[in-house]
Design a protein around this ligand. Structure first.
Ligand SMILES: Cc1cc2nc3c(=O)[nH]c(=O)nc-3n(C[C@H](O)[C@H](O)[C@H](O)COP(=O)(O)OP(=O)(O)OC[C@H]3O[C@@H](n4cnc5c(N)ncnc54)[C@H](O)[C@@H]3O)c2cc1C
Length: 380
């Protein structure tokens, strides 16, 4: 039988993440929105409280969540602040290539190092001429003896300036183009890794991005993840796993925007009665509540399919990502509209949520790219 209620251990995960969000993320979210800095104090606290590395196996020091439990946790982080949530969750993006294709020895080494150092990692796929089109990647990793020599330029890399390791996608044989794409671990302090100044951006300011230039960066061949030429598959399989997390963060942010505007509308008196008593406003709130529910169900279903080894994982995660993030943008925009001048002001969180959720429609594949994935799946 289908059951939509959480099991006791899943409830506990939700409570733990909800509590962490209330204690450490919400009180700091405005501060980091203004500072536009990596929220180290919150991330360190997340390590101390067992919030980091949710999807990493317990044997390596993570929480050992399946994707469904991860989605429950990420919704709570997104409720507090998507930028901070991404700073906590981005390790999953950077380390999923290892989860998918690394040897046990590699997992032990790199996961172990991340946990021991209470560190964060970066995922380096995007380049100036390779955004939606991953096949446009030009960065090379040419083998010389027992080393790869990496040269190239990555862009928009989350966590770059604070990472200890980077998962870099590069061509081991440029004559074979993306068929030679490979995933390689590069410690950020390797000579030749140059991290450019931080990107200035509209929202999610508690998450940082940089360009990275690689000039004759030497790494040992044992840093290759999986086989040479397996990089494109690793990158796509990574997104099958991580897009559900983006959807969950967006559901959390939308829930917060809805609740904030709902509570406000019950208190704000105009024309002698609460704004919520105007049917036009009440119907907006009804639609917002329904949208949050439907997006959560899609997110949970995509996560459940991943956990139960269903086929077409790319299809359900793309559907959940595009649906939940488009929904969050609509709900956040409506929350600002319901609250009007107050919604637009810094006194409430909804203007920040509106800026923050915009990015969820863009990264880990734009929502046009998600529709591309979906249409290819349903038409094949
Ligand atoms: C804040 C932030 C954080 C990021 N973090 C990371 C990270 O950690 N690691 C990483 O590797 N990358 C990261 N990215 C990069 C992100 O994944 C890309 O920005 C995204 O994939 C889109 O690429 P682009 O910006 O180059 O847009 P483009 O690919 O140039 O797209 C421009 C427009 O064209 C549309 N479009 C493109 N191709 C098609 C098509 N075939 N059909 C229909 N429409 C199309 C797009 O939807 C978009 O509207 C991040 C980006 C940002 C802004």
């Amino acid at each position: 039988m289908v059951n939509f209620s959480l099991e006791p251990h899943q409830e506990k995960i939700r409570e733990k993440y909800r509590d962490f969000t209330a204690k450490y993320i919400i009180p700091n979210s405005r501060k980091y929105d203004q500072l536009a800095e990596f929220p180290w104090e919150v991330v360190k606290k997340a390590y101390d409280e067992g919030i980091m590395n949710g999807l990493m196996s317990k044997e390596y020091g993570g929480n050992g969540f399946n994707l469904f439990e991860g989605a429950v946790a990420s919704e709570e982080l997104g409720y507090g602040c998507i930028g901070t949530g991404i700073s906590i969750d981005a390790n999953t993006l950077a380390l999923t290539p290892l989860y998918i294709a690394a040897s046990e020895a590699q997992k032990k080494r790199w996961f172990g190092q991340i946990v021991e150092q209470k560190a964060v990692a970066g995922y380096c796929l995007t380049e100036p001429n390779a955004g939606s089109d991953v096949q446009g990647i030009k960065t090379t990793a040419i083998r010389k003896g027992d080393k790869y020599i990496i040269n190239g330029h990555k862009r928009f890399i989350t966590n770059a300036e604070v990472s200890t390791i980077l998962t870099v996608f590069a061509l081991v044989d440029p004559t074979r183009g993306s068929r030679s794409l490979s995933a390689i671990i590069v410690p950020t302090n390797t000579p030749g890794v140059e991290i450019k100044p931080r990107l200035q951006k509209m929202g999610q300011k508690a998450s940082v991005q940089n360009e990275i230039i690689f000039t004759d960066v030497e790494v040992p061949v044992e840093n290759l993840i999986g086989d040479e030429g397996y990089g494109f598959i690793i990158a796509m399989k990574t997104f099958d796993r991580t897009r559900t997390g983006v959807a969950a963060l967006a559901v959390g942010a939308a829930r917060r925007a809805f609740e904030t505007s709902r509570d406000w509308s019950k208190k704000r008196i105009q024309f002698g009665k609460p704004i919520a008593a105007q049917q036009a406003v009440a119907f907006m709130l009804a639609e917002m509540a329904t949208k949050v529910e439907t997006a959560r169900l899609m997110t949970w279903k995509a996560a459940w399919e991943y956990d139960t080894n269903a086929k077409n994982l790319g299809l359900s995660s793309a559907m959940a990502k595009y649906w939940a993030t488009d929904m969050a943008m609509e709900v956040a925009t409506d929350a600002v509209q319901v609250m009007a001048g107050d919604g637009y002001s810094y006194d409430y969180e909804v203007e920040k949520i509106m800026r923050d959720v915009k990015l969820t429609q863009i990264y880990e594949g734009t929502n046009q790219v998600q529709r591309l994935v979906i249409s290819k799946n349903i038409l094949k």
